[in-house]
Design a protein around this ligand. Structure first.
Ligand SMILES: Cc1ncc(COP(=O)(O)O)c(C=O)c1O
Length: 484
């Protein structure tokens, strides 16, 4: 037991009773196969409300735009449309999906790399275009002028923010216009006033580091001043996503696992990972070098609380809380949470196919699914699945096992981390990864080796009972009979 290092998932809200209902889980997996995705559209609608409450508590107007890329589910996107949320789309396909799900154009923000077709549909339908470069803005202006389209509301994504000194604080990004040299941006906006209505500036940083985010928001406030001085009339700041999600139930399990990983890399304890993989750490002559490059799976401040903390953070430059500065200027504040908005909104079910030993003392558990069906490795998220036995659990106590997938590839592990379960699984059992709706479900699922990809079902409440339907059959009216 001393060698057991659980990383138990945090399971809350409606996901808890569903994942506790083992008979129901087996029933749906028997009917629809493995892998199987489960989403909870009503939960996402509640989550958006939590973010909105933070904006309201800071007396800020603006809105929440769900970063669609985090999940392809129709049910989740339609539930958000029904809940009055905004949506951040990052491709032509996502824009079409959002329009078809019921989002009206004023609630859609088009981000990401943009083809001419994507720009045309964005302009034609009147959504906000959040541009990555000056060239994109001139291209958009040309499309608007040539095709006689109405003026488009645009935002400009900035990157490379300086701190209070001259040091650039934010990490290098391939997206965005340099915040410290925005002259060409103001020129293009000035030149194309008839085609482009400049709403304001934006950032999205691929980090949950608060100092970087605070420097970026401060940089946006400075840029808004600059734009005002150039005679533009900016009125909104978009602070992107990256509010983080707390995957684990217990902070001490996370601390202890990361400490033990270091010991394992040094060879001071049996490996905790496949072939001694160090997740960025390595042993150089008895000293650990490198940096742990995984998602910080336990987070004490995440999601709406993170937004609140950011807005309370004092600007080093302006000596006032960032939220107060936004309010004083009467700017709208937009946020684009992806992962955080999907907290407790889904799970992936995998059936155990085979359990065996690898001849080196390790237990291998092969599941009906693969590493593209649950993107733990791709996104660096480490957590244990929940074991849902079909019959009585095996005696013998906790088991540390490696989960292998159904691809005929050495590299196909569901996670290179040894996962810990309360008992040894058996064929026919289910392993359920909780809280996978954000990026860990269908982000990169593909049909490699013609293996089946997961079906997705939406579970929703009908009075006291739970019901489910196929993902593409769910709409916000499903299961609710209006009395008229
Ligand atoms: C422009 C933009 N906004 C929002 C997000 C969502 O980030 P997260 O899921 O970390 O909240 C992303 C993610 O890549 C993004 O690129």
């Amino acid at each position: 037991m001393g060698l057991v290092r659980y990383l138990q998932p945090r399971v809350e809200g409606d996901l808890r009773p569903l994942l506790d209902d083992h008979a129901w889980l087996h029933q749906v997996a028997d009917a629809l196969g493995s892998p199987l995705n489960l989403v909870l559209p009503e939960q996402v609608a509640r989550n958006v409300e939590q973010f909105r409450r933070v904006l309201a508590a800071h007396h800020l107007s603006g809105g929440v735009y769900f970063a669609h890329k985090a999940n392809r589910s129709h049910a989740l996107v339609r539930a958000l449309a029904g809940a009055g949320s905004g949506i951040d789309v990052a491709s032509l396909g996502e824009l079409q999906h959002a329009l078809g799900a019921g989002f009206t154009p004023e609630r859609i923000m088009a981000t990401g790399p943009k083809s001419r077709e994507y720009l045309w549909l964005a302009a034609r339908s009147g959504v906000i275009v959040n541009a990555d470069s000056v060239a994109e803005l001139s291209g958009l202006a040309a499309i608007v002028a040539t095709h006689g389209l109405p003026t488009v509301r645009v935002m400009a994504r900035l990157s490379g923010f300086a701190g209070t000194g001259t040091t650039v604080l934010s990490r290098a990004s391939r997206f965005g216009i340099p915040a410290t040299g925005a002259g060409p941006l103001w020129d293009v906006l000035d030149k194309h006033r008839d085609q482009l209505d400049f709403l304001g500036v934006a950032y999205h940083l691929d980090t949950v580091g608060l100092p970087e985010k605070a420097a970026a928001l401060e940089g946006c406030l400075t840029a808004m001043d600059e734009a005002g001085q150039r005679g533009l009339n900016p009125r909104a700041i978009d602070i992107g996503g990256g509010f983080g999600l707390n995957y684990l139930a217990d902070a001490t399990e996370w601390e202890s696992w990361t400490t033990e990983l270091t010991s394992a890399v040094l060879g001071r304890r049996p490996p905790l990972t496949w072939n001694g993989h160090g997740y960025g750490l390595r042993n150089e002559g008895g000293t650990v070098r490198g940096a742990l490059s995984v998602y910080p799976a336990h987070r004490s401040v995440a999601g709406p609380d993170y937004l609140d903390t950011l807005l309370r953070t004092e600007s080093a430059l302006y000596r006032r809380p960032l939220g107060t500065l936004v309010l004083d200027h009467l700017y709208d504040l937009y946020a684009e949470p992806g992962r955080a908005l999907l907290d407790q909104c889904g799970a992936v079910l995998l059936r155990v196919e085979q359990v065996g030993d690898d001849g080196r003392g390790e237990t291998l558990v092969r599941v009906a699914g693969n590493g593209t069906d649950v993107g733990l490795e791709q996104h660096g998220v480490l957590m244990d699945p929940i074991l849902v036995p079909r019959g009585d659990p095996q005696p013998g106590g906790p088991a540390g096992v490696y989960l292998t997938g159904n691809l005929c590839l050495e590299a196909d592990l569901i996670t290179r981390r040894k996962v810990f379960l309360p008992s040894r699984p058996q064929p026919g059992d289910l392993l359920v990864f909780a809280n996978t709706a954000g990026y860990l479900m269908d982000f990169s699922a593909g049909g490699a080796l013609m293996q089946p990809t997961a079906r997705t079902i939406a579970a929703y409440r009908a009075g006291d009972a739970w019901r489910w339907c196929l993902d593409d059959g769910y709409w916000p009216v499903t299961g609710r009979e209006e009395i008229g």
